[in-house]
Structures are given as C-alpha cells and as structure tokens.
Ligand binder design. Structure first.
Ligand code: S3P
Length: 175
C-alpha cells in the first residue's frame, strides 16, 4: 500500500496550493520539490538555469526526487518537468499515488503571470504560445505517469482537494 501522494502537472496548475491543503486535510507532511532543489543547490531555480542551464537543473531535480521519494505519509508537489524522466516517475511510484492536475492554457497563463519567478522556461515574450507548445509535448508524459488526472478548470483549491480526496478513497493501492 502507498501512503504518499505526488502531484504532477504543468506549471501553474496549482500543485503547491492544492498539495499544502491536501496534506493538512490528510494529516500528512508536505514537501515542495522546487524548494528542496533550491535548498540543495543553495540558489534559486532561476539562478540554477541562468548559471548552469536546464540540464544541470534536471540533475538537481532527480537527486531531490530520489531523496524525497522514500518518505512515507508525504504529499509532494512536484515541478512541472518531473514526469519527463522515467527515473523520476519510478522513484515517485515507490511510495506515492501520482495525481496529475490538468488545466486549460488560459488558466495556466493567468496563474503563471503572477507569483514567484521560478519558471525560466516561460520567460519569453509570447508566454501563451510557449505554454501551448510545451503542454502539447508534455501531456502524454503527465497522463502516462499518473494514476489519475483531476481537471482543475473552474475549481478553486478547496474544490480540487475535495476531488482528489474523493478519488483517493476509491483507490485500491492507497492507504
Ligand atoms: C518546470 C516547472 C517549475 C520548476 C522549473 C521547471 C518545468 O515548477 O521546477 O521552473 O519544467 O515545468 P512548477 O511546476 O512548480 O512551476
């Protein structure tokens, strides 16, 4: 049986907000993967991309996943690119049910236009086209990695968390 939940999905689908509330509701620990990467690297995600490039960032990401994925009773909010590497997904599957949060490009655009600058991949003039391109490429990765997908369109954090808890309750591998 699995005691953890990993939230995956594109940038700006609300993984962090939903993960924090989900952990509180289920009485589990909460970990944000991007924060762990920043702690391990001793610099911000934007600085890692700037100084060492995306490939180095992905190495930090895999190191963080490997370390965190063994923890029990934890909700992990993953960065949007975690599903691109099979190793990451396999590490997460050890202890976690994987939930994909899906959202429409327009909602994603709204969300990523505010908040912290942790998204160098969207640091381009035409954010909307970039979101559509990346989303199209990545959608199969999210779907393949996930035990189930929750559509967040039109739902606030509370509503998304209720949906996740509802599906988890019926999940045969979830404890
Ligand atoms: C990334 C998503 C970001 C962060 C980094 C790369 C991605 O996390 O890990 O900028 O490749 O989708 P969020 O999904 O939390 O924004």
């Amino acid at each position: 049986m699995k005691t953890g939940i990993a939230l995956v999905g594109f940038m700006g689908t609300g993984k962090t907000a939903a993960g924090r509330l989900l952990a509180a509701r289920l009485n589990k620990d909460f970990i944000e993967l991007d924060e762990e990467i920043e702690k391990a690297a001793g610099k911000t995600i934007a600085a890692i991309f700037r100084d060492s490039g995306e490939a180095r960032f992905r190495e930090f990401e895999t190191e963080a996943v490997k370390k965190i994925a063994v923890k029990k009773n934890t909700v992990i909010a993953c960065g949007g690119g975690v599903v691109l590497k099979d190793d990451n997904v396999n590490y997460l599957k050890q202890e976690c049910i994987i939930v994909n949060l899906a959202a429409e490009p327009a909602d994603i655009l709204k969300r990523v236009s505010r908040g912290k600058n942790r998204r160098p991949l969207l640091d381009v003039p035409d954010k909307e086209s970039r979101i559509r391109e990346l989303l199209e490429y990545r959608r199969p990765f999210y779907e393949r990695a996930a035990d189930f997908t929750v559509d967040t369109s039109g739902f606030d954090t509370e509503g998304v968390v209720e949906k996740i808890i509802g599906v988890l309750g019926n999940h045969e591998n979830y404890d």
